[in-house]
Design a protein around this ligand. Structure first.
Ligand code: MN
Length: 512
């Protein structure tokens, strides 16, 4: 049900050269294909047939309507007959929604014995789609091209990926990220141009004083906190100490629950889809002040749980990661293995299995946990308030996934994507944090080396379910650079790609 408020429009290109009867057949073929796609069960977003477009006026009208329709997240075009592409110019100039060009055909195999000219007139996408492709390329229209018969599961899989990305793209266009406090001082990679980010990727970032969060905190009712603590006890493995309300540990869990309720309240009230925190700004500084109004540490448990609920999160003021995590979560809806904000924490040199421990001080999303998380309270000696605080502790599932980050290079944003393989970690009895252990593809030496050469962050947004194809579609919609580190990457080719891109983006001002 995650994508039920979205729809994708299907527009069939045709012309009146072959007479009205031909257009009637084109129309019935199109309906059958759209119905077939919707009935396949392979597409997360409903496809709505918008009829044939037979003239420049009709193309322009449907593209304008797509722009203005709240539910429409993208347009699929298919040229049933040879649709002279000058008639697409004005409409394509107007279109602001993502475009997928589906190079398919109503008929699958050539009916060798019976094929005549009438059949040919109604199965012309082999050349019609090339005419359309030409005008898109000439106009520098960014789009995804999918080639395959409409009943083919592989073609449907590619459309499904694009639909999920288009849905997340639509979601990002009115995304508000609340930044509680500023960036962690002096950190370069998590900062950047918020004006350009809004122009390029859609989301808006607002500074929000922690004192404003505290106004919500003050309104939280004790009974609601008690109820949430009870929910924690049901959901997570808890020690006797945490279950006993008289202990200091239970009090910290209670404070964490109150922080979660306050954060959710302000996010809902402002219509925000994500947030960042900063351990140097937690409300009133003196925890021993009788008038103390503040968090007893960074709200780690709240961040973990809000991430699982779909709120974007970035630590230390990392608003780009907060927005990207929301996009990852949005695309990931209904998939099984989960996603998380992560940080490259520490290296494990072990020959061919050399890996990186992915963790954070507290904030890893429990959706990636291999088993029931443990709710624990431990000391966290960083930031303005060195205190005991609650967090969920777990290790991640084993399996392959993909991680991504966006950095600001000064003249453009660069999306960096790396396939990773999560492997079995060892217990960390002295480091009670949630974690994953992964080998960046093709190995630590090349994977981490390429990431560093690309200028990638120590923060990234990880998913088991998404692949580089999602990110390719995302970069295409946003019009940002993407570099992909995979099992086939070599350092010398990757460096050459970075050099080539530098020139490409310097010359292509429209993308900078
Ligand atoms: Mn961090």
């Amino acid at each position: 049900m995650a994508f039920e408020n979205h729809e994708v429009w299907w527009v069939t290109g045709a012309q009146l050269l072959y007479g009205g009867d031909a257009v009637v057949v084109v129309d019935s073929h199109s309906k059958e294909m759209v119905d077939g796609l919707n009935a396949s069960g392979n597409l997360p977003v409903k496809v709505v047939y918008k009829g044939t477009a037979n003239s420049s006026k009709e193309v322009e009208a449907v593209m304008k309507a797509a722009n203005n329709d709240e539910k429409c997240i993208g347009v699929i075009t298919w040229m049933h007959t040879f649709s002279p592409a000058k008639m697409w110019i004005k409409g394509l100039q107007q279109l602001k929604k993502p475009l997928l060009h589906f190079h398919t055909q109503h008929n699958a195999e050539i009916p060798w014995d019976t094929m005549d000219m009438d059949f040919m007139n109604l199965n012309q996408s082999a050349h019609g789609d090339r005419e359309f492709g030409h005008i898109c390329t000439r106009m520098r229209i960014r789009r995804k091209v999918v080639v395959g018969h409409w009943k083919d599961a592989e073609a449907q899989r590619k459309i499904a990926i694009w639909q999920r990305v288009a849905a997340a793209w639509a979601d990002a266009q009115d995304m508000l990220i609340l930044r509680f406090g500023d960036q962690m001082n002096n950190v370069a990679v998590t900062d950047g141009d918020k004006v350009e980010a809004e122009q390029r990727m859609g989301y808006h970032v607002d500074y929000t004083p922690v004192s404003e969060l505290m106004e919500y905190w003050k309104q939280i009712k004790d009974a609601d906190v008690d109820a949430l603590v009870e929910e924690y006890h049901q959901l997570y493995t808890c020690s006797e100490e945490i279950l006993d309300p008289s202990t200091e540990a239970a009090k910290k869990v209670w404070n964490a629950a109150k922080a979660e309720l306050a954060l959710r309240a302000i996010l809902k009230d402002k219509g925000a889809k994500g947030f960042t925190t900063n351990f140097d700004d937690l409300g009133t500084n003196d925890i021993n002040d009788p008038m103390f109004v503040g968090l007893d540490q960074i709200p780690g448990l709240a961040s973990q749980r809000l991430m699982a609920e779909g709120y974007g999160f970035g630590a230390e003021g990392d608003w780009k990661s907060a927005a990207l995590y929301r996009t990852v979560w949005y695309m990931n809806q209904g998939m099984t293995k989960g996603c998380s904000f992560v940080e490259d924490y520490t290296l494990n040199f072990d020959g061919a299995n050399s890996s990186i421990l992915q963790s954070h001080m507290l904030e890893i999303c429990p959706m990636i946990a291999a088993s029931k998380p443990s709710l624990e309270v431990h000391f966290l000696g960083i930031g303005i308030r060195k205190q005991m605080t609650a967090r969920l502790v777990f290790t991640s599932k084993v399996g392959s996934g993909c991680t991504a980050t966006v950095v600001d290079l000064g003249n453009r944003f660069r999306l960096i994507v790396n396939d990773v393989e999560c492997i079995e970690p060892k217990p960390l009895p002295k480091l009670p944090v949630a974690s994953a252990l992964w080998i960046p593809m093709p190995n630590l030496e090349i994977g981490a080396g390429a990431w560093i050469l690309a200028g990638g962050t120590h923060h990234s947004c990880f998913s088991y379910d998404l692949t580089a194809e999602y990110w390719e579609d995302y970069a295409e919609m946003a019009g940002i650079e993407m570099v992909y580190i995979s099992k086939d990457t070599t350092i010398s080719e990757f460096k050459q790609q970075l050099r080539n891109n530098e020139v490409y983006y310097m010359l292509n001002k429209a993308l900078c």
